[in-house]
Design a protein around this ligand. Structure first.
Ligand SMILES: C[S@@+](CC[C@H](N)C(=O)[O-])C[C@H]1O[C@@H](n2cnc3c(N)ncnc32)[C@H](O)[C@@H]1O
Length: 245
């Protein structure tokens, strides 16, 4: 099964999903962190903490944070895991600018370096990192398998991949309740506060078509990852996926 996610932020057939996603994050970058806190009631911070605590057990010294955005995951990893260095990469220059300011302010610029790039064509050598991670990033890839295969390639043999991503809650009543919030309420708040018509509608739609739970680990296995497993967070709103190369 080739997973090519066709849900795009804008109805612009001339521009690829990658182009539209880049435009969207460049546009909403100034509002992104604040909206994360508001829309998740601050729980997104706890999800990243949980994910980094699981990765900490592997004691990685070199970490690549794919689709780092404003660098929240990289900052959490620097504080908790204390690795030698972290590279955070992203396709949106405006998201990186905000990340850079936060890293400087927190005095973490010796540990975390941010670089612009495309996660489907990574500029790093094969077998380079002890850990490769992504929070809320892989769902946005134009070609999911290509991006995950790149994560596999740059990971050292024995290294760990960690992905934190939205999933669809499966059980009543959270499934129904969360769906109403996620589909109808969140896009309205997102639209008003991000000044982008579509970004938070795209969030809902992209989660609906994204392969979650065992569907996601099946793709990882197909690409060569081993010891795949996942931890369900907040009754299925999110999952932390872990795998080894
Ligand atoms: C929802 S944000 C997540 C940011 C951050 N990881 C966090 O936890 O808040 C998704 C990020 O993925 C980035 N992204 C999407 N497609 C990408 C690609 N092909 N290569 C690199 N970054 C990409 C976007 O620019 C955006 O910053």
């Amino acid at each position: 099964m080739s997973v090519k996610n066709q849900v795009t932020p804008y109805a612009d057939a001339e521009v690829s999903k990658k182009g539209q996603v880049t435009r969207m994050f460049d546009k909403i970058a100034p509002y992104y962190d604040n909206l994360n806190r508001v829309l998740s009631l601050g729980i997104d911070v706890l999800w990243r903490k949980k994910a980094i605590n699981l990765l900490k057990k592997e004691n990685p010294k070199t970490i690549l944070d794919i689709a780092t955005g404003t660098a929240d995951l990289a900052i959490e990893a620097a504080r908790t895991i204390k690795p030698d260095h972290i590279i955070g990469m992203d396709i949106s220059v405006n998201m990186l600018k905000i990340g850079e300011e936060k890293i400087n302010k927190k005095g973490l610029s010796d540990v975390i370096k941010l670089e612009a790039g495309d996660s489907e064509n990574l500029q790093y050598d094969s077998d380079s990192f002890d850990a490769v991670m992504a929070a809320f990033g892989v769902r946005n890839f134009e070609n999911l398998e290509k991006g995950l295969a790149e994560m596999f390639r740059v990971l050292k043999p024995g290294g760990t991949m960690m992905v934190l991503e939205f999933s669809k809650p499966r059980h009543f009543p959270l499934k129904q309740g969360f769906n109403i919030y996620f589909k109808y309420i969140l896009p309205v708040i997102g639209k008003v506060r991000s000044k982008d018509e579509k970004a938070y509608k795209y969030l809902y739609e992209s989660v609906q078509v994204f392969p979650d739970y065992d569907d996601f680990t099946s793709i990882l296995k197909k690409l060569g990852f081993t010891q795949t497993n996942y931890k369900v967070l907040s009754a299925g709103i999110c999952c932390i996926y872990l795998a080894k190369k």
